[in-house]
Ligand binder design. Structure first.
Ligand code: ZN
Length: 133
């Protein structure tokens, strides 16, 4: 089986949620991981919707990879740098709370998820979900 390792550029805008969801569904199905299809579709919807909410109409990068017995879904967005670490942490907390549905779905499947700032001068954040196969 060809190894699943894909990057998809999402142009931003509300429609990118649907684009990401169908891309992930078709990728996992093509790689014989169809049993992960529903959870993966939910996870990518939540990750992309939340990134879109915090960085509307900005391009994002979606990476989906099968490695070490788990499906890894990662979204890089262009979240701006905040003026202080406190504001940044409060924003991260608020955004994490917004991903309660992802947390529930990933928890049920024995996986994990997270949200971290990406340390570049332009800002950016990385949100991800890990789903065991
Ligand atoms: Zn913020």
């Amino acid at each position: 089986m060809e190894k699943l390792n894909h990057s998809i550029r999402l142009p931003g805008g509300a429609s990118c949620v649907g684009t990401a969801r169908s891309a992930v569904r078709s990728l996992v199905t093509r790689h014989d991981l169809g049993e992960l299809s529903d959870t993966a579709a939910l996870a990518v919807s939540e990750l992309v919707a939340c990134a879109h909410w915090f960085t509307p109409d900005k391009e994002m990068m979606l990476k989906i990879r099968w490695q070490f017995g788990a499906l890894r879904i990662v979204v890089y967005d262009q979240h701006p740098v905040h003026s202080s670490p406190e504001v940044s942490e409060e924003c991260r907390r608020r955004r994490s709370r917004g991903m309660w549905l992802l947390a529930a779905a990933v928890g049920t499947s024995g996986g994990d998820w997270g949200l971290t700032p990406v340390m570049t001068s332009a800002g950016g954040s990385k949100s991800w979900a890990l789903l065991p196969g």
